[in-house]
Design a protein around this ligand. Structure first.
Ligand code: TGC
Ligand code: FAD
Length: 387
């Protein structure tokens, strides 16, 4: 019996019928709609926003939220599979969906009022209102407790001052979930495009996530009504709770990128004849590819169990940290090694390995750098905070 090279331990057999259907649907979307355009979009430094209506139509925005708010009511494993298949296309497409679903719709759902949920969530699920999430500031994203952006109460409004950096979807967004320091601790505000004093500026010259919009956000005495404050959380646990949702999705996404790279080199090394035999017939190429399959397999088993824990309501943030660290490291190592196996051909975006490798430089950094996640695990083991 021959095994599936991209799923050597048949993790698909661990999925329910509904989860398999989600997997197949998103895989088809990536094959038919993302892969044909993504190399050019990356070259041009362009997020393919023409895909948004289809992404929404497929129910990929807020897929885990209840149907009454436009969500799909899907479980966490299904959300993970969505992230995996989108990132098999490109990390930028998965990023768009992660930010909209986990970092913008989730906080409105978890921390917002009934009015706020009804006002924003259904149109966000339809892809008509796009969100971004502003936590990171220019002086140091790893330490968000040291936040300088402030919100001061003034009558029935709040006045925001400060700036955010490296914000995915920033210039696309109609609303920004902005975390700001108040007299009562960190609070979240929904800042709307066009509010006087609010500006977004796209960050150019990126070598990574080129098919994604990344921006700085600036707040100069922006007056935000109290009705736009998310009232049901105060403190750093508000934004960190959102990060747990998004980081969970990112544990799945890089598996897709790694599979895309392995798929590419399995084909290429069989065709490439050097020293009278295919590169795939050499021991060193086989060792490399076997090692890739080993690491992908371990990552797949890790995320299925993580998803089951999440659906059971017992997943701990430290478990997400370990998987985010492991799976980003797995994928970036594989993408770089695949680039090497492609030789010179590996340096253009005609092949996907370098695009994924460059993208994964962001993925391993955002949502908590590799070091931050290692220190979270270290703290769990030792009980000592080494940040
Ligand atoms: P600490 O002060 O101890 O805790 C504060 C409160 O938060 C709670 N908490 C969490 N809650 C939910 N999920 C988590 N992961 C949580 N971690 C902590 C904690 O229980 C406490 O609650 P309470 O009730 O006692 O007040 O904070 P800490 O020491 O745990 O945090 C330190 C550290 C370094 C881990 C944290 O600051 C951190 O994670 N830094 C990294 C920041 C980061 O990841 N930024 C990402 C920005 S968003 C982004 O990158 C989007 S990219 C998206 C895309 O394009 O796909
Ligand atoms: P820093 O925090 O300055 O870290 C610099 C280095 O110091 C890193 O190597 C880090 O690991 C290391 N370091 C930090 N603390 C320690 C320590 N205690 N011990 C040892 N080493 C340490 N943010 C958002 O809020 N919203 C978004 O939508 C968003 N999208 C992004 C999109 C892209 C493409 C990128 C690249 C970033 C995005 N970010 C976003 C920001 C991202 O979360 C931050 O870049 C990340 O958290 C790291 O922060 P920093 O860049 O300021 O690096």
């Amino acid at each position: 019996m021959s095994l599936n090279p991209y799923d050597l331990y048949d993790t698909r057999s661990l999925l329910s019928q509904e989860e398999r259907a989600v997997h197949d649907t998103v895989a088809r979307f990536t094959d038919e709609r993302v892969l044909p355009i993504i190399g050019d979009a990356f070259d041009e430094g362009r997020f393919p926003r023409e895909l948004i209506p289809e992404i929404a139509e497929l129910g990929l925005l807020g897929s885990s939220l209840p149907e009454e708010y436009g969500g799909g009511g899907l479980n966490s494993v299904s959300y993970g599979l969505i992230c995996q298949e989108l990132e098999r296309g490109d990390s930028g497409i998965r990023s768009f969906v992660s930010v909209q679903s986990s970092l913008c719709m989730y906080p409105i759902f978890a921390y917002g009022t009934q009015e706020q949920k009804q006002r924003w969530l259904p149109s966000m699920a339809r892809g008509e209102t796009i969100g971004c999430f502003g936590l990171t500031e220019p002086h140091g994203g790893s330490d968000p407790a040291n936040m300088k952006t402030s919100a001061k109460k003034d009558g029935g409004d709040w006045v925001l001052n400060g700036s955010k950096m490296w914000i995915t979807n920033g210039n696309l967004a109609d609303i920004a979930i902005v975390w700001a320091q108040t007299d009562e601790g960190i609070q979240g505000f929904v800042v709307e495009k066009g509010m006087p004093g609010f500006a977004a500026q796209e960050i150019k010259h990126k070598m990574s996530l080129r098919a994604s919009v990344t921006s700085g956000l600036f707040f100069d005495n922006v007056r935000v009504p109290d009705a736009n404050r998310l009232p049901n959380v105060k403190g750093l646990k508000g934004p960190l709770g959102c990060l747990t949702q998004a980081r969970y999705g990112i544990t799945w996404g890089p598996i897709g990128a790694a599979i895309a790279c392995l798929d590419e080199v399995l084909g290429y090394t069989k065709e490439r004849i050097l020293f009278g035999r295919p590169v795939a017939a050499t021991q060193s190429a086989q060792l490399k590819m076997a090692d890739m399959a080993r690491r992908i397999t371990m990552a797949q088993l890790l995320v299925v169990q993580l998803g089951r824990l999440k659906d059971a309501g017992t997943m701990a943030p430290t478990q997400v940290s370990l998987a985010k660290w492991n799976n980003c490291r797995m994928a970036i190592d594989i993408a770089r090694q695949c680039r090497d196996l492609l030789g010179g051909a590996g340096i253009t975006t005609e092949h996907c390995a370098i695009r994924h490798a460059m993208n994964l430089e962001s993925v391993i950094t955002y949502e908590g750098t590799e070091t931050i996640h290692q220190l979270v695990v270290g703290r769990e083991l030792t009980g000592i905070n080494a940040f």
